[in-house]
Design a binder for this molecule. Structure first.
Ligand SMILES: NC(=O)c1ccc[n+]([C@@H]2O[C@H](COP(=O)([O-])OP(=O)(O)OC[C@H]3O[C@@H](n4cnc5c(N)ncnc54)[C@H](O)[C@@H]3O)[C@@H](O)[C@H]2O)c1
Length: 347
């Protein structure tokens, strides 16, 4: 990116969305590298406009991105508001438009009608097709923490965004020695799984870590002997359930709390078909079975509960790529090609 191409950080409009893909410290690094960084005011964002101003960014009103110079790259997490319906710029955000999502064609048509380009954050992949940035670690961390607090009868609703320090303090304050709980994490080697294992460590809960090798021939009795299950598996294809209807009625089951970080609840990929809906910040846990009890937490925006930490990790991963935007590194070329394919398929 040359100094004449600006990066325009949008405000996020969704309720509860305090995260940002670029934090002030990384904005300062971009400014230092000659990138003009413009930041919209955003009352909800976890980082104050003053922090960006101190980092050398120019502060502009919320939702002013339609007026950005044509060469600017507009950055956000979720779909831009309808401040302009037709999207004329290059936009970086999570489009959720390429995998048959109901709203996908509508999002893509905003680009075709405006002449803009989507550089989808989910499509920033390395040579092997692996995503280079994701929010997984903090999703797993919060998902496991909520499971522990619910299991201990200490989860207050509605949920509100917090900090890791505050969350850790609650996990430590409610733990007992020796631990009264045992947990199992499925997908323990992945980003979310590692986050979940770390939070369970802070909570003082002995944890079994299972990944593909350990679930290939699932020891159901061993699984059900844990009090807490955190599902952090990424499935590309449907597979046999980790929990099925007969497990609910099993009188010998210790398992009482499930946190489904994966949250494939309405898709054919759902490996926990005993649950078919997400839960919310207002009602984070839902009872699946009364005797013996089984409750599920299935929140699909977990990282938003730790907006500062989630933003900081995500921004650290994204910033090196933002520095290669002008040079059009392979990460961006691939993302643009994915967009071109999707638009061609629009018909
Ligand atoms: N709820 C939320 O807010 C939220 C936020 C971010 C991500 N997610 C979801 O969490 C899931 C995990 O994301 P990630 O970034 O950690 O993925 P990841 O690719 O980093 O890790 C997934 C892990 O699952 C393992 N796995 C795959 N199949 C398995 C099986 N049959 N048994 C055991 N382990 C298996 C993989 O080997 C890998 O270690 C994704 O579905 C993602 O969409 C949810």
């Amino acid at each position: 990116m040359t100094s004449t191409i600006g990066l325009w950080l949008r405000r996020e409009a969704s309720p509860h969305e305090e995260r940002t893909p670029l934090v002030p410290g990384d904005a300062a690094a971009l400014v230092g590298a000659g990138v003009e960084v413009v930041v919209e005011e955003a009352a909800q964002r976890a980082f104050a406009a003053e922090e960006y101003a101190a980092a050398g960014c120019r502060i502009v009103p919320a939702d002013s991105w339609p007026d950005a110079p044509p060469e600017a790259v507009v950055l956000g997490l979720k779909e831009p508001t309808r401040a302009a319906e037709a999207l004329a710029h290059r936009h970086i955000f999570f489009g959720h438009a390429y995998k048959g999502q109901v709203d996908g064609p509508r999002v893509l048509r905003r680009f075709t009608s405006g002449g803009g380009t989507l550089l989808d954050l989910e499509e920033l992949v390395d040579d092997a097709g692996r995503r280079v940035i994701a929010f997984g670690f903090w999703a797993g961390y919060v998902g496991a923490a909520l499971a522990v607090l619910h299991h201990r009868g200490e989860l207050a609703a509605p949920l509100r965004s917090t900090t890791r320090a505050e969350l850790d303090a609650r996990l430590r304050a409610t733990s007992s020695e020796p631990s009264a709980e045992r947990a199992v994490v499925l997908g323990a080697l992945g980003r979310s799984g590692r986050g979940a294992v770390e939070a369970l460590g802070v909570a003082g809960v002995p944890t079994t870590e299972w990944d593909i090798a350990e679930t290939a021939d699932l020891d159901r009795a061993a699984l059900l002997a844990h009090d807490i299950l955190v599902n952090a598996v990424f499935s590309a294809e449907p597979g046999p359930p980790f929990l099925a209807a007969p497990d609910l009625a099993d009188p010998g089951r210790a398992l009482a709390t499930v946190s489904d970080v994966t949250c494939d609840v309405t898709s054919e990929l759902n490996r926990l078909p005993v649950n078919d809906r997400i839960t919310t910040w207002d009602e984070p846990a839902r009872r699946l079975h009364a005797d013996p009890v089984l409750d599920v937490v299935a929140i699909d925006n977990l990282p938003s509960l730790l907006p500062r930490e989630a933003s900081t990790t995500f921004s650290a991963g994204l910033t090196p790529h933002l520095l290669t935007l002008a040079a059009d590194s392979p990460v961006w070329t691939r993302s643009r090609a994915r967009f071109a394919d999707a638009v061609t398929g629009l018909g």
